[in-house]
Design a binder for this molecule. Structure first.
Ligand code: ADP
Ligand code: MG
Length: 168
């Protein structure tokens, strides 16, 4: 596991198998129904091509986002506004100036109500708050993924408990 996890107690963990992208989508559709998601910070770990952005796309679509969902690699963050939910999709791959945390308003975003999803949280480890859930995606082959979820908060624990019985 990544160093970022070791610093924060794990209150609940789960492992899942996503044998194909349809399984990833089914997970996203189920998570989208969970009330605890509305205010959660989910940190997405995994190598390039693991499926972080793909999961976010399925999750945003399941939550009702229509239209194109861009990968925020260059912008660092893409915001989405739904009627009852604000969502921010971060990709910290190119984040290298901690001053940007204040200047770009990221601190304010993390203090706001809404769903925060972050790819490459390792690149902003010094400034990011503790994630409700650290979700690690590991590539097994072209379509199959092994997933570990670590909850660090009560909200994260609720999100993991909501999975029971929903996915194999
Ligand atoms: P990352 O954001 O982690 O770099 P992407 O989501 O951009 O990765 O790319 C993942 C690629 O893997 C996509 O082309 C997607 O269609 C493919 N893929 C194949 N199987 C799965 C799966 N089970 N879950 C997620 N993505 C999958
Ligand atoms: Mg990505």
């Amino acid at each position: 596991m990544h160093a970022v996890d070791r610093h924060h107690p794990i209150v609940e963990s789960a492992t899942l198998a996503w044998p194909d992208e349809a399984a990833t989508q089914a997970f996203a559709q189920h998570w989208a129904t969970q009330p605890a998601l509305a205010n959660a910070f989910v940190a997405l770990h995994g190598d390039l091509g693991a499926g972080k952005t793909t999961l976010v796309r399925h999750l945003l679509q399941a939550l009702g986002v229509t239209g194109r969902i861009k990968s925020p690699t260059y912008a660092v963050v893409e915001p989405y506004e739904l009627d009852a939910l604000n969502i921010w999709h971060f990709d910290f791959y190119r984040f290298n100036d901690p001053r940007e945390w204040e200047e770009a308003g990221f601190r304010d975003i993390f203090a706001s109500a809404g769903l925060k999803l972050a790819e490459w949280p390792e690149k902003a480890a010094g400034v990011l708050p503790v994630a409700d859930v650290d979700l690690h995606i590991r590539t097994l082959d072209d379509s199959s993924r092994s997933v570990t979820l670590l909850a660090h908060t009560a909200a994260g624990q609720a999100l993991l408990q909501g999975l029971q019985g929903a996915t194999p």
